[in-house]
Design a protein around this ligand. Structure first.
Ligand code: SAH
Length: 361
């Protein structure tokens, strides 16, 4: 359990996960193979096996000489994730997987099939140091940062499940992961380097942040096609200080300015996440204040996603009354702010927003 409001930015020092192909960019992969005394083009072969064929089984790499397969596999394709358990909802269209990492730490990822797309929600840290009191992950504290490859391997594993027909509702060409969102366990911008490496190795990512302003500005400069989601949850500092403790570092005005800069630099509409908590942040005046604060920074640059609060263990809070939710949405729309209530999947398997805790028992 964590002390209320306490933030943990620096991850506890732990043994590092084994190095994996997916930690490295193509040049580094070639160098790594060369260091092992092999021809650099083998790196490309391994990459095709892993990223395209979704295989980390050395035995299947028939274009690599048999004598080399085991060694290159052991050096560059170590097992990073071991499935502990799958839980399914929505008649098999949603699947949450609990993974055990090399050191026994546990994380979860959630695969969700929608009409025309498949979204994978990945974890970027084991636990989280941001301590938001309504989020199950935040209440567990931070165990450690994940490596880039541990993040990427969740995507590869999800792609394998789809290809194997394990996720219900698929037909035709919707057998690939079309969207990756960094909205599982952890604060992606607090594990910047590994997340950026993972982002570079996969496409269409969507990191979501509690509002680490310097890292948001840094992300602007990376030249990626990445949509940013900002977990705001309150338009005023008094309440946001409590709901999102990192607000004591970077205030609402600063984080909204940073979000606006992100839009200006990338042309990508920023998503504002807003969990609606009964009688806490769901007042009409807060909807109006949010609308005003967003419009003050321009039009057409932002989109609001209210999320009905999902239950978490020990929390005193519940979701807003549906009528209150409707009024909140209507107020924002009256300000001209595009607003859609987030469909949060997998509540019954503790797989929805804020519910990931990787409890193994
Ligand atoms: N640390 C990042 C990534 C996690 S994304 C971030 O907070 O943005 C998970 C999303 O679910 C965030 O928008 C988070 O604020 C939201 N969330 C957390 N707990 C929730 C709950 N109990 N109900 C609904 N949404 C919640």
């Amino acid at each position: 359990m964590t002390v209320p409001g306490e933030l943990t930015f620096a991850a506890p020092r732990r043994a590092r996960p084994p190095r994996h192909l997916a930690d490295l960019d193509p040049g580094q992969r070639r160098a790594a193979v060369a260091e092992l005394g092999e021809r650099p083009f083998r790196a490309g072969q391994l990459s095709v096996h892993y990223f395209d064929h979704l295989s980390d089984d050395p035995g299947s790499m028939t274009d690599v000489p048999a004598a080399l397969r085991e060694r290159l596999g052991a050096e560059l394709l170590p097992t990073l994730l071991t499935p502990v358990r799958h839980l399914e909802a929505d008649a098999g269209r949603t699947r949450k997987t609990l993974w055990r990492l090399f050191d026994g730490a546990t994380v979860e990822s959630v695969l969700m099939r929608y009409p025309g797309r498949v979204t994978l929600c990945v974890s970027s840290q084991a636990g989280c140091g941001m301590n938001c009191p309504f989020c199950a992950t935040g209440q567990a504290g931070l165990t450690r940062n994940m490596s880039a490859a541990e993040i990427v391997d969740q995507v590869v594993a999800g792609a394998r499940m789809l290809r194997a027909g394990e996720i219900a509702g698929g037909s035709g060409d919707h057998q690939r992961v079309s969207n990756v969102v960094f909205m599982g366990m952890g604060e992606p911008l607090a594990n910047y380097r590994a997340v950026l490496g993972a982002v570079r190795r996969i496409t269409d990512p969507l990191p979501s942040t509690v509002g680490l302003v310097p890292a948001m500005d840094r992300l602007v400069g990376e030249g990626l096609s990445v949509t940013l989601a900002l977990s705001l949850h309150a338009p005023d500092d008094e309440l946001r200080d409590e709901l999102v403790p990192v607000n004591t570092r970077w205030k609402v005005a600063e984080v909204l300015d940073a979000a606006r800069r992100y839009f200006e630099a990338t042309g990508r509409r920023v998503s504002i996440e807003y969990a609606l908590i009964r009688d806490v942040n769901d007042q009409r005046w807060r909807a109006d204040l949010l609308g005003t604060e967003l419009n003050r920074r321009g039009r057409g640059w932002v989109h609001v996603n209210p999320i009905p609060l999902n239950p978490t263990p020990g929390s005193k809070w519940t979701a807003s009354d549906p009528r209150v939710e409707r009024t909140f949405v209507e107020r924002l729309r009256a300000h001209g702010v595009p607003t859609t209530v987030r469909d949060t999947r997998g509540r019954e398997i503790d797989g929805a927003c804020g519910q990931l805790a990787a409890v193994t028992a």
